[in-house]
Design a protein around this ligand. Structure first.
Ligand code: PGA
Length: 255
């Protein structure tokens, strides 16, 4: 990723409940992108909407998935593999979101998913983040293990297709005033890069793209993107609101 280019990812989670709304929201966001030069937008809708939205993909808006399975075919009821995702036009996949980890996804599972997704040519957005902070800094150790275990045996040359999304769980789904501050985020971005450097070497660590997610809104986006020095954002609720999402894009454009 070029330094000035921002990646703004919209994670729709389990929304919206109708395909008509999905299409309308996607098209409204696409329209907002007409004046955007510096950002790329990845919309991650629920699986069934991927094929529906694929024909609407144009310019700087592309498709991502919210999850992937660690096998490509076979007797795995209810799962979706990376070959299917690639085949229906998906470019990015979110792996290890805290809401999936809360359903039992471990670092080991996340690692298997990352490896197959990379092998099949998807770009991976690896979500990491502590549930809470303690005064002794143990959360840093937790974060470091999450990153190292999730990337276990991922080859250095594949890292250009991995983006780390730092999403502290305590900041997700809150009011925008409860999101992290830009200054504090900057420390975490450096920490993530340092952990990656420890495993893959300095230049690989420093060039790792890092996104922030957790209650991003038009009110805090400037501080988060500017002072936080992140390469982009992972936006939940606001990505279902084309007006607010458009404002976030305009802020990213001006920085
Ligand atoms: P939020 O979600 O923006 O609604 O806090 C972010 C996320 O969970 O990715």
């Amino acid at each position: 990723m070029k330094k000035s280019e921002k990646l703004i990812v919209g994670n729709w989670k389990l929304n919206p409940t109708s395909k008509e709304t999905a299409k309308k929201t996607f098209l409204s966001i696409r329209k907002k992108l007409a004046k955007i030069r510096k950002s790329k937008v990845v919309i991650c809708p629920p699986f069934p909407y991927l094929s529906l939205l694929q024909p609407l993909v144009k310019g700087k808006i592309i498709l991502g998935a919210q999850n992937v399975f660690w096998e490509n075919e076979g007797a795995f009821t209810g799962e979706v593999g990376s070959k299917i995702l690639k085949n229906v036009g998906v470019t990015y996949v979110i792996i290890g979101h805290s809401e999936r980890r809360a359903l039992g996804e471990t670092n080991e599972i996340v690692n298997q998913k990352i490896k197959i997704a990379l092998k099949d040519g998807l770009k991976v957005i690896l979500c990491v983040g502590e549930r809470e902070r303690d005064t002794h800094g143990e959360y840093l150790q937790f974060l470091s293990s999450q990153i190292k275990q999730s990337l276990d045996k991922v080859q250095k040359k594949s890292l250009e297709n991995v983006i780390v999304a730092y999403e502290p769980v305590w900041a997700i789904g809150k009011s925008d005033s409860e999101a992290i501050t830009g200054a504090s985020l900057h420390e975490m971005v450096l920490f993530v890069k340092k952990v990656v450097s420890d495993v893959y070497g300095y230049s690989a660590g420093m060039s790792m793209a890092v996104l922030y997610g957790g209650s991003v809104s038009p009110r805090n986006a400037e501080d988060i993107l500017g002072k936080g020095e992140v390469d982009g954002l992972l936006v939940g609720r606001q990505s279902l609101e084309p007006e607010g999402f458009g404002e976030i894009l305009s802020i990213a454009e001006k920085l």
